[in-house]
Write a protein that binds this ligand. Structure first.
Ligand SMILES: O=C[C@H](O)[C@H](O)[C@H](O)COP(=O)(O)O
Length: 217
């Protein structure tokens, strides 16, 4: 089965986690785009959505789903999002699409985080995928030097500006054996907005599409 078919299957499976008449959180990326399409038949059962990116907002609004300002929302029942890597401990690397900060904010608010991936995203240890770090532009070189001290090789993602007006450093060659500790350490560097390790708030449920169907854990 090709990767897009797997993404479509896992996105469809995530619809089962939506509770009627609640506000849902919607992530960003190619897997989530299939999830947004899968919302079409049930869109009238939603109380609205909170979005993690301008790109997802456009797609939701095109379907006629109301996108709410997170500041006007008390509770988000479930957040559905993809990942660039995920472990058996439900820790993830995210931010391949530069949406990590808003994703982390919506995930923090949500009661439940459902991560949707195809089986190419499963890893024993995080770090093969370069770790995205969102940085205030004037701090870019300073943060890069600090990331080198932590053992990584940061690379400026040329031409990319986040929805928050910041830049991304992709950190290569990290073996992330203690994701919670590294998530905190990188967030402590002055000038970092956030980094793409989702371990302090990992997923609650991971859905993985394989050739044989969709597994969950
Ligand atoms: O910034 C982007 C997000 O973290 C995505 O969830 C992640 O990159 C996975 O995207 P995709 O489903 O396109 O592989």
């Amino acid at each position: 089965m090709d990767q897009n078919a797997k993404k479509r299957n896992v996105a469809q499976a995530a619809v089962n986690y939506i509770e009627q008449d609640t506000i849902i959180g919607v992530g960003t990326g190619s897997t989530v785009n299939y999830f947004i399409e899968a919302l079409e038949p049930i869109k009238h059962q939603l109380a609205g959505a909170v979005s993690s990116s301008d790109a997802s907002t456009k797609k939701l609004e095109a379907l006629g789903i109301e996108v709410l300002d997170l500041n006007h929302v008390d509770s988000v029942s479930v957040y559905v999002d993809g990942a660039d890597e995920v472990t058996e401990h439900k820790h993830m690397i995210k931010g391949g699409g530069a949406a990590l900060t808003r994703e982390k904010i919506v995930a923090a608010v949500a009661k439940k985080f459902v991560c949707i991936v195809d089986d190419s995203k499963r890893v024993p240890v995080l770090g093969r995928f370069p770790l995205p770090v969102e940085v205030i532009p004037m701090a870019r070189s300073y943060v890069a030097r600090e990331l080198v001290k932590l053992g990584g090789d940061p690379e400026y993602r040329q031409g990319v500006v986040t929805d928050n007006g910041n830049v991304i450093l992709d950190v290569h060659n990290l073996t992330i054996s203690d994701p919670v500790a590294l998530e905190k350490a990188i967030n402590n560097i002055t000038g970092v907005v956030t980094n793409g390790i989702f371990a302090m708030r990992g997923a609650d449920t991971v859905l993985v599409a394989t050739d044989d169907g969709v597994d969950s854990y």
